[in-house]
Write a protein that binds this ligand. Structure first.
Ligand SMILES: NC(=O)c1ccc[n+]([C@@H]2O[C@H](COP(=O)([O-])OP(=O)(O)OC[C@H]3O[C@@H](n4cnc5c(N)ncnc54)[C@H](OP(=O)(O)O)[C@@H]3O)[C@@H](O)[C@H]2O)c1
Length: 284
């Protein structure tokens, strides 16, 4: 028998959508031994989620939720609003994972909910090494603490003071695993070009990134110090770094990458407001 389960105060919990992100959170909470026995997943496909009850029908979900995790795409929000609103009460906390959809928009749509928090997690929450930025306004102290405790099970959870900080953390951490994975892939391709099998090159590249970040995280040394310790003057690494840093090419590339994602988040925020709200918004 499993012991020491973390009992959720915010019960029952409804996951609205359980794809990549909400699914990763479920995995993280399950491995943290968080008690999800009263949780239900509502998704159109009713595709099973191991260990959780799943339905495509809101009416079959059971007692009104105390916590709703909104894990659908922003484009699916209006459909969710039309089905979910009747089930929300002043006791319900809605946690939205939707990138770019602002608190004010969520408040307008989920006006029957007691409180709303925006959370921007990243995929490593599945292994409890995620980064989760949290934002809410006027969240009572006890609720704030319950949310903090719940999300701390998934990794590094931090509250930010405004939505632009939420977007900033999200732009680095939310999409970050895709950027890091792309870099690992590129490193592996360079290994293949030098004659390694693709399997070996992939493992070597992955272990290199894992070892480097693990070392830096455990020694608390800066990335600059790591670079200096690897690159001896006039050595091989310096020759490579000279290419990577020529005209700040790497910094510029990453900056352009993050800016493109941020622009898309802003577009999604406008779309989520709907025509009426978008027209009412100040044009500046
Ligand atoms: N992926 C990331 O790394 C990441 C990072 C930060 C934030 N987010 C945010 O997390 C949210 C989900 O992203 P994702 O990558 O997990 O997407 P996803 O894998 O496509 O999952 C979307 C989920 O929404 C469900 N869904 C579709 N239409 C619905 C409807 N009308 N009502 C209720 N549920 C519906 C889908 O159910 P079916 O499977 O049954 O169709 C699926 O479970 C997005 O808003 C995104 O901005 C994602």
């Amino acid at each position: 028998m499993r012991t020491g389960r973390l009992k959720l105060v915010l019960n029952p919990i409804w996951f609205i959508g359980c794809g990549n992100m909400a699914g990763a959170m479920v995995e993280g909470w399950q491995s943290a031994n968080v008690d999800l026995s009263d949780a239900v997943v509502i998704r159109p496909s009713a595709k099973p989620v191991p260990g959780l009850r799943v339905t495509s029908n809101y009416a079959a979900a059971g007692p009104a939720p105390r916590l709703v995790i909104l894990g659908c795409k922003p484009q699916q929000l209006d459909d969710v609003v039309s089905r979910l609103t009747a089930h929300l009460t002043s006791q319900t906390l809605v946690v939205s994972l939707l990138v770019g959809v602002e608190l004010e928009t969520l408040r307008q749509k989920f006006w029957t909910a007691g409180a709303i928090v925006r959370a921007l997690p990243n995929l490593p929450v599945a292994v409890r090494r995620g980064v989760i930025a949290l934002y809410g306004e006027d969240i009572p102290g006890e609720l704030h603490q319950q949310v903090s405790q719940l999300f701390a099970q998934l990794g590094y959870a931090l509250w930010v003071n405004d939505e632009s900080s939420l977007a900033a953390v999200g732009s680095v951490a939310g999409a970050g695993p895709a950027y890091v994975a792309s870099f690992v892939e590129a490193l592996a391709k360079a290994g293949v070009e030098r004659g390694l099998s693709s399997e070996l090159a992939a493992t070597v590249a992955l272990e290199t990134v894992l070892g480097t970040t693990w070392m830096a995280a455990s020694t608390h040394e800066s990335m600059g110090d790591v670079v200096r310790r690897v690159a001896s003057p006039n050595g091989t690494t310096e020759a490579g770094l000279a290419v990577l840093r020529r005209d700040d090419v790497l910094d510029k590339l990453v900056s352009l990458t993050v800016s493109a994602a941020s622009r898309r988040a802003a577009e999604l925020a406008e779309e989520a407001k709907g025509p009426k709200l978008a027209q009412e918004a100040p044009s500046a």
